[in-house]
Structures are given as C-alpha cells and as structure tokens.
Design a protein around this ligand. Structure first.
Ligand code: 26Y
Length: 800
C-alpha cells in the first residue's frame, strides 16, 4: 500500500497532537522531529514484530554482532528512505508549510563510537537488514557519547556529549527482557549431587542489565532487525543495599561513558566492567531466546552466530562456556565445541599498543568464574598444542602470559573464524602480527574487506549525484551496487562530465556556506577541495598533509605572483583526550590555518579549514564536496580505512599510500586514476629490520624540507613554541616513527600532479566518474554477503 501525502499529514498531525496536545503550527524543530520519529515507529511497528515472529517461527539462524561501538548517524532520513516514504513525507511536510531539512537537523547524531570500527558496525547493521539477513546488534547504551570537540585558541577542548537530553525516539526500553550480570565476590567450585563441579558464589555484586532496542530498518524490504543496547541499573530488590550516592554512582558508571581512546590500550577496570557487562547480558539473552526453541544444545551453532567486533567483546567466549557448563550442565568438550562453532572474530588493528591485555589480578577480581574458565581454556590449549609445535611457538600463543590475559589470543583460540578488514591487512596478520596462530590454524584465517552503505553515503548524502546516476543507468544499483560500473560508459560523454562537475560545485558551495556560517571562513568554491577526515593519530600522518601546506605557503610567500592552483585543505579529526602528541598536532594545524587564512599575500591560494566536532553528520556534508581524498597513513599501519571508500564513491580522487583498502581501490580504479606515493609496507618492514632509517639525514640533505620543518621552531608560525618544538623533535631528533620525512618528497611530487590534472577539467571529471563507477565493490552489502555465506552461515529471508 502506498502512503499518500494526505494520509501522512493526517496521521502525523494525530501523532503530534497525541504527544504535545497543542497546535502544530507553533512547535519547535525538535518537537516536529520527535513527532515524526514516533510516527515512523508506529508506521514500522508491524514490520518489526512480523520480522521477529518470522525468525522465531521458522527458527532461522541469527547472527549477533557484538560491538562496543555503534555510530549510526542521524536515523530519520535513512529510516524514511528505507521505508520508501522519503519523498512522500518531504512533500507532505512541505504542504504543511514545514521544512524537512530543518526538522531532520534537529535530530542528535548519536556518537556511541570513536571512528571506523563503530561506523563499520552501523553500516553493517544497515546491510544486514537490507539483505534480509536475520541479524542483531549488541552493544552499550552509553549515557554520554564521544565527547564534543571545541577549539579554544586552537586547542582541542572536550565537552560531555549528553545525547539523550531530548530523549531518543527510536529506542524502546524492554524492562521485561532485563538480565542480571554478576561481578566480583568469590566463585568456589564444589561438587553438586551429580558429581559435577559447579561454582558457589558469595559476595557478588549483581547488576541489572536493561536492554533498549532500536529497529534496524531494511531497504524497502519490510524487514526490521534489532539493535540491542544495554544499560546498567541497580536491581530493584537490591536497592536496600545501596546506602550512599557513591554506591549508586558505581553502578550507573558502567554504562555512563564511551572510552574516547581508539589506539592506545589502557588497563582500566571500568572498561573491563563494560566489556563483561554487555557481553554477559547479550549472551544470556541469546541463550534465553534459544531455549524457547526446544532444541538440544548441539544445535546451538546451527541457530546462533556470535560475531566479536575486535577483541572488546571477546569475553563472549568464556561467558558462553560458563552458561553451558555451570547453568546447563554440559561437559567441557561439548561446551567448547559449541562455543568455537558459534564465535567468529574480526581484527581491526595492527598497532601493538592498541591490543587489549588485562592484568590477571584484575580479571580474577572482577569476574572470578570467568577467569577460571579462561585459565582452563589456556591450559587445554597448551596441552593440545605442545605435542604438535615447538614449546617456543606454543608458549607464544598462550592466552595468559606475563601476568596478563591477552584478548586477541582468547578471541582467536575461541573462534572458528578470524578475519582482517582488507586484503593487505589480512596478509599482514597472517604473515607478521599473528603468524604463530596462522601456522596453527591456517583454516581459521580469512579476509573480509570492509564496505560502506551506499544508501547513506551516496543516496542520502549526495542527492544530486544520485539523480545523475539514476538518469544515466537506472536505479538498480541501489540494490545491486555492482551496477554502478555501468556508469563507466559515460566516461567520454562531455555532457555527463559537465553535469558531474556542476553537482560537485553545488556540494562545494554547500560546504562553503557551512564554513562561512560556523567558522567565518570564506571559501572560493572553485578552488580544489582537499579532504582528510579521520581520527587524529600519528600513523595517519595528518602531519604530512600539514608539511605540504607549509611547503606551498612558503612558495607563495617567496613569489606572491605565483600561478598556483588554489586549494582548500579540509580537516576533521578528534584526538583522544589523553593523546598529547595528537592534540599538539591539532593545535599546530589550527595555528597554520589562522596564519594562512589571514595572510593577504596568500589570498584564496590556500585556505585551511579544520572543522570542529567531526562526526557522521559532518562527514555527510564534507564527503560530497571533496575532490581529493587524503589516505596517507604509513604503509602497513591502517587496517583498512573506510572514509577512502566513501570519498571515492562521491567522486574524489585518492592521494594514497599502498595501505589498507587503498590497495584494492587502486586495483579497481586502475593506477591511472589514483595518485600513489611513498613507501610500501615491505619497504617499511625492511627499514625496521635493517635499522637504516635516519630521519636526521633527510632533514640535513633536503633544504626544501628543512625550511618547512624549521617553521615549527623559528617563529614563522606564531604561538606554537611548545608544540612546534615537540613535533620538530619527534620528526628530526627522535627518528620520525612514521616516516613522514621519508615520504615527504614523493608526497609533494604527487600533489603537483594533482594540480596539473586539475587544470584539465574534463580529464579530472573523467577520473572522478571512473572512481564513482569503480566503487561498487566496496558496498557493505557485498561484504555482509561474504560474512553471511562464509562465516555466519545465515541465509537471507527475502524471497529469491
Ligand atoms: C582497546 C581500545 C584502545 C580500542 C578502542 C577502539 C582499540 C581500537 C578501537 C577502534 C579501532 C578502529 O576504529 N579501527 C579502525 O577500524 C576500521 C574498520 O575496520 C578500519 O577501517 C580502520 O583502518 C581501523 O583503524
């Protein structure tokens, strides 16, 4: 049944009156938005409950995607799109004299994640539902999301992100589905009447885990899956034991804030609490659901797949073991077989410092029974592998070592599948980082290159481009993104190329309007828009970008009449609050921005825009306006990257090292349509092995680079005495950990080529078009199909 605008207006007005009991004409955007959200919840309620019923009735296998982080972005538009009523609602609101865009912007963007890993989880939720795969998300309902970033005098300042201030229309609190999670105390094993060892608990702290469910609406297929986020509460029957506010606070604290660090592991007990809290709650609720099906335990892996998004939820493994052993009375062997068959794990990082390992004492104290189980998993692993491998190799793979529990080892040993997130990354895992495990379990390892949902990142974010593509190749690409390649046949069509340029210009104007309004920076929309948007981290090398800007700046200062392609350098990045060096780089770039933007000799030749509080919503504004995509991490460090895919899909040309998924971008689009530079991963490894990298020598021997670096310490850039010195020293004195100086030369060279190509708009637009047309393989739909077929063994429930 198609919804008419008339029906929409009537139902919407009713919803509004029911909620607010006053005349619709005098409401605020947030009130309209809330009413719209409520309307949509009702509109999609049947689909939600039917999907649920169908899964249960047919006892289909379901996947549970466990992730500490989800970054869904605003949901109003994407829900409308997926329900197939975006245009109707927009038109209906217009007929009522309301501005849909203003209403949509009233929604908060829930920042329940740090970056790539969290956003990936949300793209996956969209694809799982859109493919009709029975799937659920499982995570934490943080009371405060990732901090809001402000710049004060160029420094990052963090403010709390109270994303629930106006309520959350999409969630449904499900008190009736709450479970109890046990912490601390003692677990003493003793024999039960059947002679089995079972734990007797004493002095534990019991926390109530209350789920909040959000419908994950599939793309025009009537499927609504579930994202379940858990919140920690005091169990009502235990209220009496909580005497002080501090006691109560300790409970609320568990789901109070998201840890804002995504690259530097710290053994904080609260984080371990969070990890056990949501994994235990999630696994318990899965088991409870399974028990409705009256099947033997052996069939558990035929009905349930649990996916562990990085090691953060790896306690799923001992938790499922605990339930099967202690509560369901299975033998160790049975429980272990079920657990391994159920679990799969994705690794997202190569950086050693981001690998989770928990002090044994901490695990013992916080979850004593879980620790016992981990110990036994470890011992059995050693007993099984020692006869087969050298003691050295075996002991390198233990879960417990040097007083720590190594979460990656637990995740690998307890899962049947281990995957990396790009071809190169998986290779590096197999042959470098996890090579001992690869030798032991070659069959577990596989690659699943990341993907993105083209629904949010093209259809919604870039309506102009969507229309153009629809006009040229039809709309089938929306459900089958490989169809995007049909767009290639327009690569020589001047008309199409001109339209493409027109759309890009329009998107650039939109961003320029934002920069003007929010930051007071005036941009020339015909300048080249160059974009680097990602977390701030030394390995991602925002510094290299900064060096290039300074190099240009000096050139223009030397010769103010220099004929050079005007460029706008756009940055968006948050730094972990404790990551001092990253914050110094933010200050540096902000100071460069001030200097350059206000220098009349520079004019429009360079503008630098560092947007505050980068997140999903800003990405949706910036990406469609981008012409150059900066993917310049040191080769071998970025697991995959996903902004690289979004930018390509929106027609940006990539400046890249051969790192992460950039390698596959090159393969799909061809060497001629990407700007490659710098060391490759093998060359980087060779330097590590030989110890022959000396950044000081490069500084000494390259006068151009020397001059750029000296601006950090010679007063050229005013007001960065401290930061300038630290950064200078890190690059020159302390041997430049991420080879910034080594790659500088080839980076500026390739940037000159970028400028040259830009002088020929048709050639540029052609490459832009080829990038769009070659980006289909990076659809998360394909990635999810592979996860479903090769790892989860879940089937789409859509009619074939
Ligand atoms: C343990 C704690 C310090 C921690 C918290 C968050 C460690 C890591 C993370 C998040 C990591 C992350 O976002 N990794 C990114 O995952 C993306 C999706 O796979 C990749 O595209 C990207 O290269 C990788 O950096």
């Amino acid at each position: 049944m198609v919804l008419t605008t008339k029906e929409f207006r009537e139902d919407f007005s009713k919803t509004f009156e029911g909620l607010y009991a006053f005349d619709l004409s005098e409401a605020s955007p947030i009130q309209y938005y809330t009413a719209l959200g409520n309307y949509l919840k009702v509109y999609s309620a049947d689909n939600w409950s039917h999907t649920n019923q169908a899964y249960l009735e047919h006892q289909v296998k379901q996947v549970y995607y466990f992730s500490m982080e989800f970054l869904p972005g605003r949901m109003l538009k994407s829900n409308l799109l997926n329900l197939g009523i975006l245009d109707t609602v927009r038109d209906g609101l217009r007929e009522m004299g309301l501005d849909f865009e203003v209403i949509a912007r009233a929604e908060v963007d829930p920042a329940l994640g740090n970056g790539g890993l969290g956003r990936l989880a949300s793209c996956f939720m969209d694809s799982i539902a859109s493919l009709g795969i029975p799937g659920n998300g499982n995570g934490i309902r943080y009371r405060y999301g990732l901090f809001q970033q402000k710049f004060v005098d160029g420094y990052q300042v963090e403010l709390p992100e109270n994303w629930l201030r106006d309520g959350n229309v999409w969630e449904v609190r499900k008190e009736n589905k709450a479970v109890m999670v046990r912490f601390g105390g003692q677990a003493i094993l003793s024999e039960d009447p059947d002679g089995r060892l079972k734990p007797i608990y004493s002095q534990t702290q019991n926390i109530l885990a209350v789920p909040y469910d959000t419908g994950m609406i599939g793309y025009q297929n009537e499927v609504v899956n579930n994202l379940r986020l858990w919140s920690a509460e005091i169990p009502p029957e235990e209220e009496i034991h909580y005497h002080t506010i501090a006691d109560r606070e300790k409970v609320n604290q568990i789901t109070e804030v998201l840890y804002p660090d995504d690259s530097n592991y710290e053994g904080q007990i609260l984080r371990l609490r969070q990890e056990y809290f949501f994994t235990s709650a999630g696994v318990q609720s899965i088991v409870r659901y399974y028990k409705q099906m009256v099947l033997t335990w052996q069939h558990f892996p035929d009905k349930v797949a649990i996916h562990i998004n990085d090691t953060h939820p790896a306690l799923c493994i001992p938790e499922l073991m605990r339930i099967l052993l202690d509560e369901e009375g299975l033998s160790w062997e049975q429980a272990w077989e079920i657990t391994q068959k159920t679990m799969s794990y994705t690794n997202h990082t190569i950086l050693q410092e981001a690998m989770e390992k928990w002090p044994v004492r901490m695990v013992q104290e916080l979850v004593p029974r879980i620790y016992q189980i981990i110990e036994e998993i470890n011992q059995r692993h050693i007993d099984k592998k020692l006869p087969l491998y050298t003691p050295e190799l075996t002991y390198r793979t233990t879960i417990i070592a040097d007083g720590n529990v190594k979460m990656a080892h637990l995740a690998i040993i307890g899962s049947h599948s281990v995957n990396g997130v790009a071809k190169l990354h998986t290779e590096i895992l197999m042959h470098e980082v996890l090579r001992d495990f690869y030798q032991m379990y070659p069959a577990k390892f596989n690659n699943k290159t990341n993907g993105i949902t083209q629904r949010r990142w093209l259809h919604l974010a870039n309506e102009g481009l969507t229309k153009l593509i629809d006009n040229k190749i039809g709309t089938a690409w929306k459900t089958n993104p490989s169809e995007l390649k049909l767009f290639k046949s327009f690569a020589n069509n001047e008309d199409t190329l001109a339209q493409l340029a027109e759309i890009k210009l329009e998107n650039k104007k939109q961003f320029a309007a934002y920069a003007e309004k929010e930051m007071g920076i005036e941009l020339d929309p015909t300048a080249l828009f160059d974009v680097q948007i990602k977390r701030l981290h030394a390995y991602k090398r925002q510094l290299l970008n900064a060096l290039h800007i300074l190099d240009r700046y000096l050139k223009i200062k030397d010769d103010p009449d220099l004929d050079i392609q005007p460029r706008v350098f756009i940055f968006g990045a948050k730094a972990a609050p404790s990551y001092v060096y990253a914050k110094q780089i933010i200050k540096l770039i902000n100071t460069i921005a001030d200097m350059v933007n206000n220098d009349p000799a520079i004019g429009n030749k360079i503008k630098v825009v560092f947007v505050e509080n980068y997140g999903v919503s800003l990405a949706e504004l910036i990406i469609p306006a981008a012409e150059v995509s900066e993917q310049i991490s040191l080769a071998g460090k970025e697991a995959s990257g996903t902004s690289n895919m979004k930018l390509m899909l929106n027609g940006a040309l990539t400046v890249a090292t051969l790192d992460g998924a950039n390698v596959e971008i090159r393969d799909f689009v061809g060497e001629d349509n990407i700007f490659l530079f710098g060391l490759n991963d093998q060359e980087v490894y060779a330097f590590y092995e030989n110890g022959t990298y000396h950044s000081r020598d490069i500084y000494d021997s390259n006068p151009r680079l020397q001059r750029v670096l000296n601006t950090f310490i010679d007063g050229t850039i005013p007001g960065i005495e401290t930061e300038g010195r630290v950064i200078f020293d890190s690059l020159v004195q302390y041997n430049d950990e991420y080879f910034v100086l080594k790659d500088f030369e080839s980076y500026v060279e390739v940037q000159e080529k970028v400028d040259q190509l830009y002088q020929d708009p048709m050639a540029w637009n052609q490459k832009s078009l080829l990038n769009i047309a070659s980006s289909g393989p990076f659809s998360a739909d394909f990635t999810i199909k592979r996860y479903a077929e090769e790892i989860w063994k879940t089937d789409s429930q859509l009619p074939a």
